[in-house]
Design a protein around this ligand. Sequence first.
Ligand code: BDR
Ligand code: CA
Length: 335
Amino acid sequence: MTASPTALTTVLLDVDTGIDDALAIFTAALSNEIDLVGCTVVWGNVDVQQGARNTAAVLQLAGHGDVPIAIGAAGPRGGAEAVFSPQVHGADGLGGCADTAHVPVLSRGRSAGAAGSPESAVELMLRLSHEHAGVLEIVAVGPLTNLAAALDVDPTLPERIRQVTVMGGAALAQGNVSETAEANIWHDPEAAQVVFDAPWELTMVGLDVTMTSLITDEHRARLAAGGAVGRFSSEILDFYLDFYEQYTGERASGNHDALALAVATGLVKTTLSPIVDVTVDCSEGPTRGRTVTTLEGEWGQWPERDGARHRVVMEVEPGFEERMVDLLASAHPEV
Ligand code: BDR
Ligand code: CA
């Protein structure tokens, strides 16, 4: 589905499978350019068990029921109570459609380690980092609790990862859970800080760019006219677009998680992505969860900063949503 050819990219998706996560999983599973080697599930949009069931259902619908799934953190790093987002994604995370996807029962994840017992998200992440050392791209599209936990267990993890791409944060854009904070970072700022501090290449795909990469009602209608994946995507998007309509006045949603995947894998090219420093506001005040970004200078003219490590995507070339919708609408997987 690329505009220009890219090499096959090996991807581990860390998901909290709600509606836009589902679109990212479909895209990863169905793109010829991507080798999806695992999904680790984290709490966030829904509780982690429901997120895992949703992930399994989506992979199965895409004809990729063999992709390993492992269950991770059930709540924030510091032990605070988990707060979910039923108003955005529905109580089941899939806009009330989880049942129609015949969500399988998944109690402990189904990825089996060498000993045959179910692996945790951290175990799967570490195993895949060894099996695909140097080429594995981690694309994290939920709260960063699982990644921070993996770094606790094995601080050498970054040596084996090609890049981490995070859907989260807002550099100059307004937040979506508070004036300044984006949901994935706000859910677990302490975990996010650990992940931003770790010595790996990290790309942040935040609201600055995901809210310019829109899925519209016209896209939804095209999906509805497609195959099983397209029809299911259209049904879950109906709920998501209703939410966005209340929030922005338009039936158009940010294509958050799939855009992060697309940036990581070259399915879309970035046109403005300065390398700067990002820190996370972990205070208990009104700016908790804000990504504080050293974007100095005039808009679009950020100077290179010595020692800066975080690539913050501000603009991408247009057209990815069209290609994504075509891919999902035309999918006819053998289930
Ligand atoms: C992010 O928050 C979640 O609700 C979405 O799945 C996405 O990952 C957008 O702020
Ligand atoms: Ca998500």
